[in-house]
Design a protein around this ligand. Structure first.
Ligand SMILES: [Zn+2]
Length: 274
């Protein structure tokens, strides 16, 4: 009994040390959620595109309001729409890496994660900057460390409209208007790369919400790209550790099986960056 108690205490202490070490490393590298500034600037970011139907309309809305944004594109989608990628870049927006085929990084091996990053970066050449947003926001110390070693800054968000759910434009817009602060990074989607139901892929509500946000805040805030936002202050970093729960793992595994097949069999150009 006494030995068992000692062993339990040792295991508890080892786990505590492990957590402290992990937190220390995650803090040292950091995940950027915003920029510390008093200036009324913010960064709209759009994930999962480009999308042939929604991205051009989004570009028109942004242009009309003289707003710049950052597109965290999925390599597979970018490689299908090089014209859209060029349009985004030529309009003065920034393009970041959102992986090749939008898989949850904690579920991949180190080599698979690196291939995802390299393949997307090759697809967004010559416009891409070295910003990475993990698919689903999922991240472990290992995946953060790898992105860091490969020269990426990991950028998540501190304002979110939850537009991957079946939300009305008013909900998305008002939620972001309520959460936005000077230096905020805002998460929205001009496409959904993976979705449970077809209706979730519809981006009409997001487009209407962007119009609403820019109408309401356009005179109060300047909307800039993430690289531009960094010029206004120190990046605000947090410990960002998120892993999929069991139900999500099952769903993602089923997606991954089909995605992996297309990843292996797809355009060999996607492997050139390895
Ligand atoms: Zn995404």
């Amino acid at each position: 009994m006494r030995l068992q108690k000692i062993m339990k205490t040792i295991i508890r202490k080892v786990k505590t040390v492990e957590t402290v070490m992990t937190d220390a490393l995650m803090t040292a590298i950091g995940t950027i959620t915003h920029v510390e500034t008093q200036d009324r600037v913010a960064a709209l970011t759009f994930d999962d595109g480009p999308h042939h139907r929604y991205t051009p309309r989004l570009l028109s809305i942004l242009e009309r309001h003289n707003a710049k944004a950052t597109f965290f594109v999925v390599g597979e989608a970018a490689s299908l729409h090089p014209d859209l990628l060029r349009q985004i870049a030529e309009a003065g927006h920034a393009i970041g890496n959102h992986s090749w085929s939008h898989q949850s990084f904690p579920l991949l091996t180190r080599a698979e994660r690196q291939r995802q990053l390299h393949a997307c970066q090759a697809a967004i050449k010559p416009y891409g900057c070295k910003l990475f947003r993990p698919p689903y926001g999922h991240q472990t110390l290992g995946s953060l460390f790898e992105a860091f070693v490969l020269g990426y800054r990991v950028v998540t968000w501190n304002a979110v409209g939850e537009d991957w759910h079946d939300r009305a434009a008013a909900f998305i817009g008002e939620k972001i208007i309520g959460e936005i602060r000077p230096g905020s990074v805002i998460l929205l989607h001009d496409a959904l790369f993976n979705f449970a139901e077809e209706r979730h892929a519809d981006r009409e509500a997001t487009l209407a919400a962007v119009e609403h946000i820019l109408q309401r805040l356009g005179s109060e805030f300047t909307f800039v790209t993430v690289p531009e936002l960094f010029k206004y202050g120190r990046p605000g970093k947090v410990i960002w550790r998120r892993e999929p729960d069991d139900a999500l793992v099952k769903w993602l595994e089923s997606l991954r099986r089909s995605d992996s097949a297309s990843f292996r069999e797809g355009d060999p150009a996607c492997w050139r960056g390895n």
